[in-house]
Each structure stands twice: as structure tokens, then as C-alpha cells.
Design a protein around this ligand. Structure first.
Ligand SMILES: [Zn+2]
Ligand SMILES: [Zn+2]
Length: 162
């Protein structure tokens, strides 16, 4: 993709701050927020719930669970805002973090797993090619024209453990 070769000229200091070689780098649409994953996420999944479909404007959101210590976030303009989703399966609010300049969803943080960020894979350079969904949630809401991911665990809604 040509996007990777065009870093935002207004933030030359960002690359310098990343000391370790990251497994992935990512950014929002306007590149005002950049981040790095220092390890390869082990849990990647598609979610077809109504919120994810609405937020994606498509059939699902593809996300990777990233422990906070394995992430570096650079938001020099303090662009990150949080939208609270109150109607969740757990009954506890979920944070949706997004860029206030471009509106791009970055990740969500659930009340049950505050030490992790559920990062949108589409923001990662090469993420869609390298990170294969191993689980699909709310698969009962998958549109008929979209086949299941081969080998991925299929849950009609959420797994019992969530
Ligand atoms: Zn942005
Ligand atoms: Zn969902």
C-alpha cells in the first residue's frame, strides 16, 4: 500500500520515540495518532454485533486484543476522545477510543478487561494480511454473502466466558 510510505510531515519526532522494533505500526486516518504494537497479538477476531456493524459501516469489525504494556501510543495533539457505550452484553460501560480530528475508531476498552485494548486491525500496516481471525463473534448476524473464515471458531453471539 502506498499509505505506508507517506508519514505525516508534521510529526517527525514520532518514529524516534519507538525504541524497540515494533511488530506492527498503526495510525488513524489523519495520522494525528500513531501507535506501535511491540508484540504480535495472539487473539484476533471478527465481531458481527450490531454495534460493530454500525461502527464499521460494514459486516463486521476485525480486532486484535493487545495488552497495554505491549503498546506505545503517540498522540502529540491530544486528539484521542472516548465515547462510552452503555448498552453492552456485560451491562458495564465500554470505552470506544477515537480520533477527534478524523473520527477514526482506534480501539475499545471493556470494563471486564481494563488492561487490554481491542485494537482495530485495519489501522495496522499489513494487519489485514498478517493477522488472521481465529474466532468470529455474533456469527449469526453474518450477511449471507460473506463466508465464515476457514478454521475460525464460530460463536452465534459471544462465548460463554465473556
Ligand atoms: Zn485522526
Ligand atoms: Zn461487536
Amino acid at each position: 500500500m502506498s499509505i505506508s510510505s507517506a508519514p505525516a510531515p508534521t510529526q517527525p519526532e514520532v518514529e524516534v520515540k519507538v525504541n524497540l522494533q515494533p511488530a506492527f505500526t498503526g495510525a488513524c486516518l489523519c495520522r494525528g495518532i500513531r501507535f506501535a504494537l511491540l508484540t504480535v497479538p495472539e487473539q484476533v477476531g471478527n465481531c458481527f454485533c450490531a454495534d460493530c456493524q454500525r461502527n464499521a459501516g460494514g459486516p463486521c469489525q476485525t480486532s486484535a486484543i493487545c495488552p497495554l504494556p505491549s503498546m506505545e501510543v503517540h498522540d502529540p495533539g491530544h486528539l484521542t476522545r472516548i465515547f462510552l457505550v452503555h448498552e453492552t452484553g456485560s451491562g458495564r460501560p465500554k470505552e470506544k477510543h477515537f480520533c477527534s480530528a478524523c473520527g477514526c475508531t482506534l480501539w475499545s476498552v471493556t470494563a471486564n478487561r481494563p488492561g487490554e485494548r481491542v485494537v482495530r486491525v485495519g489501522l495496522l500496516e499489513g494487519g489485514m494480511q498478517r493477522l488472521i481471525p481465529r474466532v468470529e463473534l455474533f456469527a449469526s448476524r453474518r450477511p449471507g454473502w460473506m463466508p465464515p473464515v476457514e478454521g475460525a471458531i464460530q460463536w452465534p453471539t459471544t462465548p460463554p466466558s465473556l
